[in-house]
Design a protein around this ligand. Structure first.
Ligand code: PLZ
Length: 423
């Protein structure tokens, strides 16, 4: 078998440079809270493939369901010849998302595709053009979702022109907005929307309840409900992008639940598929069903193998109570990180919820410290802990362990981080 070094050489000759990797160790197998590379080295996984393997890697139920499904049939295209598992995944989405109103769902392949479709649905249902997004938002890499995403490098640089009718409002970012409370931050955003766009032009307000790539930004309490109330009062569709926060990651099925939100539409992906590519849009039946037959779809959307994996992943989340597991992970991570922050003036904040926790690294006066962030992350990698960075300023270290990670692995990871912060 090839070593990581050999594989990396082969890769450099054939894989486009635009596709990066956080580490250059090549994976051989993975399970629970660890990855093992082809050189036999074990890594503690604080990344979950970017918040995907909530049920762990190669989760037994998922493996079995996928195996059984590929033996029956791999693909018929739901738009050609439908099958039960697609319907069953939609039933689960409707059951698990907040809101007791009548709902419908549709399945896609990726988060970006789900976001694109949520916007299509909102525009079609309202007959309006404008989409409101927020500072630091991340919604994907396709043309429309690049427009919706805030950060230029690496996501948008020289990839324009971007889709029109996308407007950006200020986010509630307690560490960096002068301490506005939720209501004040919402007023500031609404003022921008009303003055620069006009409420009656707005098809949708799209927001991550806790921002992911943008820096694990948790808006001040009251911000999200106020924005949702404004959308409702103005006939705009409130879309929660729960692609990163969804499926038990934050200790609830969806992060929207924490503030009692009932979004009109929710986009889901990542954790729902247990590692297989599947995404969904779920929400109000009147909006979803406004679109004419044939208006939504795609060759692979809700592929039967991915649907089987999703059903097995959801069953695993219920069976192992992974919402409780995410809260337990927070109860280990948060105090340990807070202790590190108390001893280290370079850690401005510990924030997040459940198993979606981050630290923001700064210099004096809260100036972002991306250099140290990259160095700490690299030191973690060298010691065998897989961590990710994020944030508009590249100065946030985020922790996204699989929800089935063991306590010893969590503590081993924290020990590595503690040492890395000293480098
Ligand atoms: N919305 C909130 O977090 C994906 C992207 C990593 P896709 N986040 C990881 C990268 O550098 O490409 C994401 C998200 C939120 C949408 C998406 C997009 O989901 O499945 O990557 O298309």
């Amino acid at each position: 078998m090839s070593t990581s070094e050999e594989l990396h050489k082969r890769r450099l000759a054939v894989v486009a440079k635009g596709v990066g990797s956080v580490v250059s160790a090549y994976v051989d197998h993975a399970g629970g809270g660890t990855l093992t590379d082809v050189d036999g080295r074990e890594w503690i996984d604080f990344a979950s493939g970017i918040a995907v393997t909530n049920v762990g890697n190669a989760a037994p139920r998922v493996v079995e369901a996928v195996r059984a499904q590929v033996e029956r049939f791999t693909h018929t295209c739901f738009m050609v010849a439908p099958y039960e598992s697609y319907v069953a995944v939609c039933e689960q989405l409707i059951d698990l998302t907040p809101g007791t109103f009548e709902k419908r769902a549709a399945l896609f392949n990726s988060g970006a595709e789900a976001v694109e479709n949520a916007v299509k649905i909102a525009r079609h249902a309202t007959g309006r053009p404008a989409v409101i997004v927020f500072d630091h938002a991340y919604h994907g890499r396709t043309n429309l979702t690049m427009a919706l995403t805030a950060k230029n490098m690496p996501y948008k640089h020289r990839f324009g022109p971007f889709a029109p009718e996308v407007y950006r409002a200020p986010m509630s970012y307690p560490l960096r907005d002068g301490g506005l409370d939720g209501a004040e931050a919402a007023r500031r955003a609404v003022d921008v929307i009303e003055k620069q766009v006009g409420g009656s032009n707005v098809a949708a307000v799209l927001i991550e309840p806790i921002q992911g790539e943008g820096g694990f930004v948790v808006p001040a309490p009251g911000f999200l409900p106020a924005i949702a109330a404004w959308a409702k009062a103005n006939g705009a569709v409130f879309i929660a992008d729960e692609i990163q926060t969804g499926f038990a990651r934050t200790g609830r099925w969806f992060a929207s639940e924490d503030e009692g939100l009932e979004p009109d539409l929710i986009t889901t992906a990542k954790g729902m598929g247990g590692g297989l590519p599947i995404a969904g849009v779920v929400g109000r039946a009147d909006l979803m069903d406004a679109v004419h037959a044939g208006g939504l779809g795609g060759t692979y959307g809700g592929n039967p193998v991915a649907c089987a994996a999703a059903l097995a992943a959801i069953e695993t989340m219920r069976e192992l109570d992974l919402n409780a597991a995410a809260r337990r992970i927070e109860s280990v991570l948060r105090p340990a990180l807070s202790e590190m922050a108390a001893a280290d003036p370079g850690i401005a904040e510990v924030r997040g919820r459940g198993a979606m926790i981050a630290i923001e690294l700064v210099l004096a006066d809260n100036e972002p410290d991306p250099t140290r962030t990259a160095a700490v992350s690299k030191a973690c990698h060298e010691a065998g802990l897989l961590t990710l960075t994020c944030g508009t300023y590249g100065n946030v270290l985020r922790f996204l362990p699989p929800l089935v990670i063991s306590d010893p692995d969590l503590h081993r990871g924290l020990d590595i981080l503690r040492r890395a912060l000293l480098t």
